[in-house]
Ligand binder design. Structure first.
Ligand SMILES: [Zn+2]
Ligand SMILES: [Zn+2]
Length: 138
């Protein structure tokens, strides 16, 4: 895995992550639909310790499906969320895949929270589908 680089829409926030993804997931949860304004989020889960952020993100904390805190880092200028830190997945940062500069290598391996997926969403690629968040791989 080459070093991942990305940033928000306006470029005020930039980040780098130097790690093999723990998983790459398509998340159909209602919060991801609200956050992204579309039908699902694609997240690249990496260790928080591998991520460095340039710029000053705003933080928005809500409750995740687990009832635990779900922290989002977003750009105070353009509003893009660049990553989240779900307390339910300690030590994990979930990069928003659409904010990566290079997505050519991206291949999600599972769909999560399928129970709230919009019914017309049919993704190919033979991904494993889970009604909620499965136990962490590895
Ligand atoms: Zn921005
Ligand atoms: Zn989600």
């Amino acid at each position: 895995m080459p070093e991942m680089k990305g940033g928000c829409l306006c470029g005020q926030l930039r980040y780098m992550a130097n790690a093999e993804p723990v998983f790459i997931g398509v998340c159909h949860c209602k919060n991801c639909q609200k956050e992204s304004g579309t039908a699902f989020n694609v997240v690249v889960a990496v260790p928080q310790s591998a991520v460095s952020i340039q710029g000053s993100p705003r933080t928005y904390t809500s409750k995740g499906d687990s009832g635990m805190d779900y922290v989002r880092r977003l750009c105070p200028n353009c509003g893009s969320t660049i990553l989240s830190e779900p307390a339910a997945l300690p030590g994990i940062a979930a990069l928003r895949a659409g904010t990566l500069d290079d997505t050519s290598w991206l291949k999600p391996n599972m769909e999560i929270f399928c129970e709230s997926a919009q019914p017309w969403v049919q993704l190919g690629g033979g991904m494993q589908r889970f009604p909620k968040m499965p136990p962490m791989p590895g």
